[in-house]
Design a protein around this ligand. Sequence first.
Ligand SMILES: [Zn+2]
Length: 134
Amino acid sequence: MENVEMEGIPLMTCRNCGKTFIRTRQGRLFCSDECRAAWHNRRRKPSERYRMKVSGALERNYRLLAILVSRGVRSVCLHDPMMSGFRPDYMTSCVIRRKGKPLYYCFDIRYSLDDDEICCVEKIPGPECVDREM
Ligand SMILES: [Zn+2]
């Protein structure tokens, strides 16, 4: 890693992308927050990266479902642009029923899937309801 000074301006080479940047404070190693995150992410153990991927998908699903709940939308097509990024293969739990489609949970939001549609979206009072229904 270079630590060059050009005409009094302290320059650094980003540890991640190799771009030269102006060092605004001592000890800064990356040109941006994105480069710092990418560099640290590459150094994580595979199991940690996997956990981050799963929790990221669940958080994204929850944010999208919470928008539906807040707008009173009970059903939406998975291909609706508003649901972009929703991963139906990620859920916090699933209840298989004798009759009817399985119920899926993303934390305290429950829904079912019907072909390409997310339906019966509703917020349940609390996570303890999941245990009671199982
Ligand atoms: Zn960089």
